[in-house]
Design a binder for this molecule. Structure first.
Ligand code: SAH
Length: 256
């Protein structure tokens, strides 16, 4: 009798714990698929991406070239060097937010470019007259992303041409300082969290430019910054996130 009453108490608690754990993973499961096309369709159905140019860019940027394991899972995946490729819903959100500035001919900076996925997707949006630069501080990831882009380029003459013309470039550097060439961009994506908005990045944003960046330490918020014609910045809060921080390169990877 006593034993049965324990079960009645235990079962609802177990169900509660299970549904809590499930809810934690729901975001990651929601859009997961078994092909790139299905993943992009799910992101669209979930309302994460809706702009036709974003949908096209993501359809043509097959994640299998940038994320060899669980390519179409809507969750971050390891790419080595203690780094991860961001989840598809985060890539989709960034492209949606920057879309108005990812116009043909635009110049774009991707800070913490990791796998190179977003560099490729943004290159498809700015096209052959555009320019996309990735800044990554781990040499192994600079090399890996270049290799990934070359694989992608085998299936798309646009990416092949942009790589040849140096309209897609990945450089090693401290992304907190923006482009080492100190130039200006129409759009800046930051893929790791900064404790405060890095000044150099705001300086490298053109008037009318747009930047998306996670800001914060333990708790981080994603902000979209817009620069007006006079260089004044305004910001919009999107949502809270957990990103890896922008750091010094780990010493064991320094020469890799
Ligand atoms: N957006 C990328 C990677 C996101 S993970 C993708 O989806 O593939 C964050 C990346 O930022 C990692 O590759 C990490 O090495 C890089 N990073 C962290 N601090 C950095 C810094 N100070 N300068 C440049 N890159 C940095």
């Amino acid at each position: 009798m006593v034993y049965r009453s324990h079960i009645f108490l235990f079962l609802p608690i177990l169900l509660l714990i299970c549904s809590f754990i499930l809810s934690l993973f729901r975001m990651a499961w929601e859009c997961s698929a078994s092909s790139n096309a299905a993943l992009v369709r799910n992101l669209n159905l979930a309302g994460i991406i809706s702009k036709p140019r974003v949908i096209e860019a993501m359809k043509h940027t097959d994640r299998k070239f940038y994320c060899p394991h669980f390519s179409y899972a809507d969750s971050p995946q390891s790419i080595g060097y203690s780094a991860t490729i961001s989840a598809p819903h985060m890539h989709g959100t960034a492209l949606e937010q920057l879309e108005s500035k990812l116009q043909p001919g635009a110049r774009v900076l991707d800070v913490g470019s990791g796998s190179g996925y977003l560099v490729a997707a943004m290159a498809r949006m700015v096209g052959k007259a555009g320019y996309v630069k990735g800044v990554e501080h781990i040499q192994g990831l600079v090399d890996l992303s270049k290799k990934n882009l070359q694989e992608d380029a085998k299936h798309d003459p646009l990416i092949e041409d942009m790589l040849k013309q140096k309209r897609i470039e990945i450089v090693r550097g401290d992304g907190r300082l923006g482009s080492p060439q100190d130039e200006q961009f129409d759009a800046i994506h930051v893929g790791a969290a900064a404790p405060d908005l890095p000044k150099r990045l705001t300086e490298q944003l053109k008037p009318h430019g747009k930047m998306i960046i996670p800001v914060g330490t333990t708790f981080q918020d994603i902000f979209v910054y817009d620069k007006d014609a006079h260089g004044n910045l305004s910001k919009k809060f999107l949502f809270s996130v957990r990103y890896v921080p922008l750091t010094d390169p780990p010493s064991d990877y320094e020469d890799m």
